[in-house]
Design a protein around this ligand. Structure first.
Ligand SMILES: CC(C)(COP(=O)(O)OP(=O)(O)OC[C@H]1O[C@@H](n2cnc3c(N)ncnc32)[C@H](O)[C@@H]1OP(=O)(O)O)[C@@H](O)C(=O)NCCC(=O)NCCS
Length: 162
């Protein structure tokens, strides 16, 4: 089961890039997202919270797949002109190959094609890789939200025009 094939020709999804496939997340791949979240994030999405997001019409999940393995993904929501990241990640064995760039570029296109004008998110103060990644794509750090995360860590609020 796929979601949100509203304008597949504009979104260019699915798309083959070398040995990778960029596609909408399939329902059967939700457990892979939950496993990646549990391995990579201090406050991971549970299966219940992921399903809650997944069922909301404003939610979009894009994956990069190699064979049948999800190696990168982004989840985001659309609120009129604003796209907001739920989370994104690349499997540790597949980093520094541009896969985060590939999923973010695809998400930017999907969001813009549906009327979004900007993308926002919150990044842990300690998450230098993500902050560097976004900075390299022209995202701005627009402020600090104290104790945003459950463990008390501050968030850098990040923002980018589409
Ligand atoms: C942050 C993350 C998504 C980057 O994924 P990636 O596929 O390795 O990123 P890319 O290959 O597209 O990197 C593009 C650029 O981002 C920057 N970057 C990526 N990882 C970096 C790191 N560890 N340190 C410094 N800069 C980094 C670099 O400028 C890189 O370009 P370069 O490789 O030519 O130097 C990945 O490290 C990750 O999944 N981290 C854990 C999950 C997470 O923190 N998600 C974000 C919060 S929701």
């Amino acid at each position: 089961m796929f979601k949100k094939k509203v304008s597949p020709e504009k979104d260019g999804i699915p798309k083959q890039v070398n040995s990778y496939c960029v596609d909408w997340l399939k329902l059967t791949e939700l457990p892979q997202i939950v496993r990646l979240e549990a391995a990579l994030f201090p406050e991971p999405l549970t299966m219940a919270s992921l399903i809650r997001y997944w069922l909301m019409p404003i939610t979009y999940y894009i994956v990069v797949r190699k064979n049948n393995q999800v190696v990168a993904y982004i989840g985001f929501q659309l609120f009129g002109p604003a796209a907001h990241t739920i989370s994104m990640a690349v499997h540790p064995d597949f980093r520094r190959q541009g896969l985060a760039g590939l999923v973010q570029s695809t998400a930017d296109r999907v969001a813009a094609n549906r009327g979004a004008r900007w993308f926002t998110g919150e990044v842990r103060l300690s998450n230098i890789p993500q902050l560097k990644f976004l900075e390299g794509r022209g995202w701005k750090q627009i402020g600090v939200c104290p104790r945003f995360f459950q463990n008390g860590e501050d968030a850098i609020v990040v923002w980018n025009w589409l």
